[in-house]
Design a protein around this ligand. Structure first.
Ligand code: DSN
Length: 417
C-alpha cells in the first residue's frame, strides 16, 4: 500500500479513481493526453520542494544546482524541438505564457486583434471575462461563415482599420492549419507584433506534421502537456531580441517561484519527443482525426470547415441534430465511457454551458495505441449514440465496445506506481 493510501485514503482513493477513469474511458478531449510514467515520476519528484526564483545560473536562492540542470535540459530540448532562438519554460500554463508575452510588449489599454472564442479562439486571447480582455482593448476576427476557414483578407482589412499593437494567431478549437505567413503579413502592414499560440499543436509542430510559426511570428506560446505529452504547463519561444523582456515579464513580472517538478516533467517529455518514434505518433494523431472526420461526415454530421488538418474536429450539431445540444451530447457520450467536451461553434446562439457543438480530439487515444481501425469503431460508437441518445440497446452495445477497446489498449497498466 502506498503512503498516501495509508495516511490519507480520501485523497488516495480520488487519485486511484481518476486513474481508473482514464483506463476505462475513451479520452477524447482535444487538449488532453496521457503522459508517460517517466513524466509522471518527474512531476511527482522532490523538485516540488524547491524554490528557484530566477533562471538557471542566476537564482535568488541557494541550493539550485539540480533545478538549474533540469531547467537547462528543458530549455535545450525545447530549443532543439522547435528550433527557437530563446525559450522560457517557466509559465505555469498556456494562459500564463500568453500573459508573459502581453506583459513583455504591451501597456494596459493597448490593442489586441485575435480570433473570437466561438470561432475557435481562447479566453486568454482577449475575452472579456479574462484579464486579457480587461487590461487591453480587444477586437476579434472570425472564420468565414460559408467555409469555416479563417478569412485572411478580412483579417488584414480588420487590422488596417483597428491598428492593433499585437495580432494573436492560433486557437483552441479551429480544425484547420493556420497560415502564419498571412497573419505575419497583416501584422507587418500595421507595425504590430505577432503572437502565435500553438497550445494545442505543440507536438504536431515539433514533429513537423503541422507548419511552424517559429521564425515567422515574434512570439510563439504553447502548452506542454497537450499534443507534446510532457509535464504540465506552458512555454514561450521568441527571438533573442525579445528574450530579456519575456524573461522579466514571466519572472518577476507575472509569476513567483517556478514549478520545478513540472519543469522536470517538461524536460522528460521533451526528451521523449526528440526520439524518432514521436514523429510517427504525431502523424498517427492527424491520421486518426482524419479517419474520425470521414466516419462522422459519412454518418451525416456537419463538421466546421468540413474536416480537419490536425488533431481535432468541431462537430456542428445544428443541421443534423437540431434538438441535440452540445451539453446533451457530452452527457450521452459520458454515459457510455466516451469523454468529449461541448463546444460553441461559429454563429453560436446557445450559451457556453449548452452550446450547439462538440469538440473531439485524438492525441490521447493515439497515445493508447489506437490506429485507423480503432478510430473507425470509435467514430461509429459516437455516431450511434448521438443518433439515439436515449436508446438503451445502443448505449449497452457502445459501452461494451468501449470496454473492449480500453481493455485491448491499456494506458499505464499499474506501471507508474
Ligand atoms: N483548456 C484548454 C482546451 O481545452 O483547449 C485550453 O486552455
Amino acid at each position: 500500500m502506498s503512503d498516501l493510501a495509508e495516511t490519507d485514503p480520501a485523497v488516495a482513493d480520488a487519485i486511484a479513481g481518476e486513474e481508473r477513469r482514464q483506463e476505462e474511458n475513451l479520452e477524447m478531449i482535444a487538449s488532453e493526453n496521457h503522459v508517460s510514467p517517466a513524466v509522471l515520476e518527474a512531476q511527482g519528484s522532490v523538485m516540488t520542494n524547491k524554490y528557484a526564483e530566477g533562471y538557471p545560473g542566476a537564482r535568488y536562492y541557494g541550493g539550485c544546482e539540480h533545478v538549474d540542470t533540469v531547467e537547462q535540459l528543458a530549455i535545450d530540448r525545447a530549443t532543439e524541438l522547435w528550433s527557437a532562438e530563446h525559450v522560457n519554460v517557466q509559465p505555469h500554463s498556456g494562459t500564463q505564457a500568453n500573459q508573459g508575452v502581453y506583459f513583455a510588449v504591451l501597456e494596459p489599454g493597448d490593442k489586441i486583434l485575435s480570433l473570437d472564442l466561438t470561432h475557435g479562439g481562447h479566453l486568454s486571447h482577449g475575452h472579456h471575462v479574462n484579464f486579457s480582455g480587461q487590461l487591453y482593448e480587444v477586437e476579434q476576427y472570425e472564420v468565414d461563415p460559408e467555409t469555416g476557414y479563417i478569412d485572411y483578407d478580412a483579417l488584414q482589412e480588420h487590422a488596417e482599420a483597428f491598428d492593433p499593437d499585437i495580432i494573436v494567431s492560433g486557437s483552441s478549437a479551429y480544425p484547420r492549419e493556420f497560415d502564419w505567413e498571412r497573419v505575419q503579413a497583416a501584422a507587418e502592414a500595421v507595425d504590430a507584433y505577432h503572437l502565435a499560440d500553438i497550445a494545442h499543436i505543440t507536438g504536431l509542430v515539433a514533429a513537423g506534421v503541422h507548419s511552424s510559426p517559429v521564425g515567422i511570428a515574434d512570439f510563439v506560446t504553447g502548452s506542454t502537456h497537450k499534443s507534446i505529452r510532457a509535464g504540465r504547463g506552458g512555454i514561450i519561444m521568441t527571438t533573442d531580441e525579445h528574450a530579456e523582456a519575456v524573461d522579466k515579464a514571466v519572472f518577476p513580472g507575472g509569476q513567483g517561484g517556478p514549478l520545478m517538478h513540472n519543469i522536470a516533467g517538461k524536460a522528460a517529455g521533451f526528451g521523449e519527443a526528440l526520439e524518432p518514434e514521436f514523429e510517427a505518433y504525431a502523424e498517427q494523431v492527424v491520421e486518426n482525426a482524419t479517419v474520425l472526420a470521414d466516419v462522422l461526415r459519412d454518418r451525416g454530421f456537419s463538421l466546421v470547415s468540413g474536416g480537419t488538418d490536425k488533431h481535432l474536429l468541431l462537430v456542428d450539431l445544428r443541421e443534423s441534430h437540431p434538438d441535440l445540444t452540445g451539453a446533451d451530447a457530452e452527457d450521452a457520450l459520458h454515459e457510455v465511457g466516451i469523454t468529449i467536451n461541448k463546444n460553441t461553434v461559429p454563429g453560436e446562439t446557445r450559451s457556453p454551458f449548452v452550446t450547439s457543438g462538440i469538440r473531439v480530439g485524438t492525441p490521447a487515444l493515439t497515445t493508447r495505441g489506437f490506429g485507423a481501425a480503432e478510430m473507425e469503431r470509435v467514430g461509429t460508437c459516437i455516431a450511434d449514440v448521438l443518433d439515439a441518445p436515449d436508446d438503451d440497446g445502443v448505449r449497452e452495445h457502445v459501452a461494451s465496445e468501449v470496454d473492449d477497446l480500453c481493455a485491448s489498449f491499456p494506458i499505464y497498466d499499474g506501471e507508474w506506481r
